[in-house]
Design a protein around this ligand. Sequence first.
Ligand SMILES: [Zn+2]
Length: 158
Amino acid sequence: MTTSTTTPDHNADLDHDGRTGDGALQRLTGLANSYRERLEAECAKAEAEAERRERKQSVDAACRFIAQHLPATLAQILDTDAWVGYPALREGYAEAEPTAVAHLGSGLWLIFERTKPAGALTLLAPCTCGRYVPNWLGDDYGLAGTLDTLTLSCTGRL
Ligand SMILES: [Zn+2]
């Protein structure tokens, strides 16, 4: 506890001789804490906003991709609401591009990754071994061929 010749004033900043007043540290701590809280709240808000934007961009990009490349098939059965967007993953060693995922039923999943300029669409099909077989989808015709082989096991393919 510092001794002071003056009456303690909790609102004082510095005494005229440069020593801190009794209330200065308390006030400084209060200011620092409230500044940190404000800054952290702003950062959290900015992160949440960036994440929301990335999720939406992923869904938009997935919809654009199927509208352009699979207009006769997937675009006929999937609308924007079918997709769930995920932001990029940048934590630790795990890194992933923003993605959008749609469940097609029957254990089938579509994964759209915003990798290349246009993105990449993969159909994940369940196999009897319990794993999922990835099938890259490029166009309507390719999808027809992929659907023909869905009942096959992944043996020899993974
Ligand atoms: Zn298998």
